[in-house]
Design a protein around this ligand. Structure first.
Ligand code: FE2
Length: 313
């Protein structure tokens, strides 16, 4: 409502969505004007009917893809007796634990986000097939020209639909969650390799275009080109540090160990960043999922730990 008050009540504005995560888009329909669109990347189309998948789908997918006991313990919602009961039989773990987890995560999401007003009828998608060549001070890329000074560009990694917006006249970059540390935290639609590539792309864009204002989803705006360049460079350095550390950890692992055992050893790495991340990882924060990060690193490195995995959600 504060946003609505700030914008005025005309509704004459387009809503630009960086990605489908519900902490970014839950009030879209409350803000949308009658004749103005809500814009998403086309990859958000499969999620638009159930945008709460960011909460409940994520939890179910983590439960299905990771060894169940370790995941339920880390989740911290159930005590050991309940966890033992839920996992006692295959049938309980599927037909009792899964609906229970869905219900708990749905209620928690409802409490923290409230209702989700998707504004589906106003949604328009940016289609990859319609991208055009863009040239920013010699830097060639592809994207969509939304008006004479506003561009949209793909920045996947944090999610497969993640898009950034660049307003050239005012030198503003709207980066959503593309620069979050440690992303991807989205087990369903995030990818590690693309995260780093998108961050390097944004650094190039900021440097080439001398962008003066960086707006993100979870942090205050940052002004001044030098500050923004140094901020993004630092994020990339930190990402690469954790990436390299995790890569060498994976190279030396005993592949007979279960994921839970690997995760325990991973958390025991004596490194200031890992120490910090393990203290704030989910469920303490909904921005950092260290176990998802390790799982994705194992997957993207082609390494399988000793624990069985089930099909994706
Ligand atoms: Fe996000």
């Amino acid at each position: 409502m504060r946003i609505k008050k700030h914008l005025g009540h005309s509704g004459d504005y387009t809503i630009l969505c960086t990605h489908y995560h519900n902490d970014h888009i839950a009030n879209n329909a409350r803000l949308a004007g009658k004749n103005f669109p809500i814009i998403y990347h086309e990859n958000a189309a499969s999620k638009i009917n159930y945008l709460r998948t960011n909460a409940s789908g994520q939890i179910l997918r983590m439960y299905r893809d990771m060894p169940k006991e370790g995941f339920l313990k880390r989740l911290g919602v159930f005590n050991n007796t309940i966890i033992r009961l839920l996992l006692k039989r295959e049938i309980y773990s599927r037909y009792i634990a899964e609906p229970l987890l869905f219900t708990v995560s749905y209620i928690l999401s409802l409490k923290s986000i409230g209702r989700i007003y998707s504004g589906k009828k106003h949604v328009q998608y940016l289609k990859p097939a319609k991208m055009t060549e863009l040239n920013f001070s010699g830097m060639k890329t592809k994207g969509w020209i939304l008006d004479d000074s506003l561009y949209a560009m793909e920045a996947p990694g944090h999610s497969d639909c993640h898009t950034v917006y660049y307003q050239k006249n005012n030198s503003i970059l709207i980066a959503g969650d593309a620069l979050n540390f440690l992303t991807p935290n989205d087990i369903q639609y995030g990818t590690l390799k693309e995260t780093i590539e998108s961050q390097k792309f944004l650094l190039d864009l900021v440097q080439n275009e001398k962008i003066e204002l960086l707006c993100q989803g979870h942090y205050p705006p940052l002004t001044g080109n030098e500050k923004i360049v140094s901020y993004i460079s630092d994020i990339i350095d930190k990402h690469e540090h954790v990436y390299n550390l995790t890569s060498s950890f994976i190279k030396n692992i005993n592949t007979g160990l279960s994921f839970d055992e690997l995760y325990e050893r991973y958390c025991a790495i004596d490194d200031p960043l890992i120490n910090r991340l393990k203290k704030i990882t989910f469920p303490r924060s909904t921005l950092v999922f260290l176990d998802v990060y390790l799982l994705k690193m194992l997957e993207e490195s082609g390494v399988k730990s000793g624990s069985p995995r089930t099909a994706g959600y």
